[in-house]
Design a protein around this ligand. Structure first.
Ligand SMILES: Cc1cc2nc3c(=O)[nH]c(=O)nc-3n(C[C@H](O)[C@H](O)[C@H](O)COP(=O)(O)OP(=O)(O)OC[C@H]3O[C@@H](n4cnc5c(N)ncnc54)[C@H](O)[C@@H]3O)c2cc1C
Length: 300
């Protein structure tokens, strides 16, 4: 890549960017090498300019929200990481419709909904996602999925043009969306909620949050559930039944509290995590016949 010209052009965009920054602090797994470039755009014009520039200079680019479902490899990223979180955290209300920018945290959206006595997104309280990451992943919990709340989503398409797609165009399915198959940057979304009783909404949120604290190894870095739920089974139960609870490779471990979580137990490398994940897949397939699929995304 022609990095000198790229850096000169990056300076012209006017957003904060840095070179050779360790990415581990930008993901919940706390693992990974440096990003060659990392940028924090402040508006859509800057996001567009960053993508255009990366394409012009043949620099690979990646979008990162809250990094709570992402493994960064030890060798890092020889490209541009565009961070879409706190600079895009606006949340507004019209009737029962919440409009939020992609960088708003699910936590803030849930609290905003509570304050306005709106129900329908309580299930998401405690998922450490940005709205962009939640839509990309169709995040869900406790029988709810973000797709159930989405009216439409506005994004930069593969030609770097702004588009708005309705829910049905977004190809949502279990932990999947249109954005898995099309390289886009999610900008904002409108969520349809319904009026509810504030105490009941709060009780639900508190209950879901308490269940997370009781069942998930929140005291260790992780990317949440490592695997998708296979049809007809639960990944955590399969892993447990295969005797893998507490199994370790290097600093990576199958959580003893929740076997669906691979945790960064002790300064794990991405190599430790990937070796452990592949070992789990092999053992589970050999012993049960179930193929486990990654839910966690790998930045590469
Ligand atoms: C403790 C813990 C508990 C969790 N519990 C749950 C749970 O209950 N349910 C659940 O579904 N998940 C859960 N997760 C996983 C994770 O929070 C979700 O997958 C979440 O949706 C990821 O959001 P993010 O902003 O962190 O995404 P990131 O990790 O930053 O990114 C994930 C993917 O989305 C893409 N992306 C992010 N933002 C954008 C954007 N603006 N435009 C285009 N692409 C984008 C990234 O490129 C990447 O491919 C948990 C994780 C942890 C650590």
């Amino acid at each position: 890549m022609s990095q000198i010209g790229f850096i000169q052009d990056l300076n012209k965009i006017g957003c904060l960017f840095k070179e050779n920054i360790p990415l581990y602090s930008y993901t919940s797994l706390k693992i990974g090498g440096n990003a060659r470039f990392i940028a924090w755009p402040e508006n859509i014009v800057q996001i567009k300019a960053l993508i255009e520039l990366a394409n012009q200079h043949f620099i690979p680019y990646y979008i990162l929200g809250n990094g709570s479902n992402t493994l960064v490899l030890d060798e890092g990223v020889n490209g541009l990481v565009i961070i879409i979180n706190k600079n895009f955290n606006n949340i507004t209300l019209t009737d029962n419709i919440i409009t939020c920018q992609a960088g708003a945290s699910l936590r803030d959206v849930c609290i905003f909904a509570l304050e306005h006595q709106l129900s329908g997104i309580e299930f998401a309280y405690g998922i450490p996602a940005s709205i962009g990451g939640a839509i990309y992943m169709n995040a869900g919990a406790y029988d709810g999925e973000i797709k159930d709340t989405i009216i439409d989503c506005t994004f930069l398409d593969e030609n770097n043009q702004i588009q708005t797609y309705d829910n049905h165009q977004l190809n949502f399915s279990y932990r999947h969306s249109y954005f898995h198959d099309h390289r886009c940057c999610i900008l904002s979304a409108r969520l349809q909620l319904r009026h509810g009783d504030k105490n009941m909404i709060k009780d639900k949120m508190d209950d879901f949050f308490a269940r997370r604290i009781a069942k998930q190894p929140l005291e260790y870095p992780s990317a949440g559930s490592t695997f998708k739920r296979p049809i007809g089974a639960f990944a955590a139960k399969l892993i447990d039944d295969c005797g893998l609870k507490g199994y370790r490779i290097g600093g990576a471990m199958v959580s003893e509290k929740h076997t669906g979580f691979v945790i960064n137990y002790d300064n794990a490398t991405s190599k430790d995590i990937l070796e452990l994940v592949e070992h789990i897949k092999d053992v589970v397939f050999t012993k049960t016949g179930y193929h486990l699929e990654y839910e966690m995304r790998i930045l590469k």
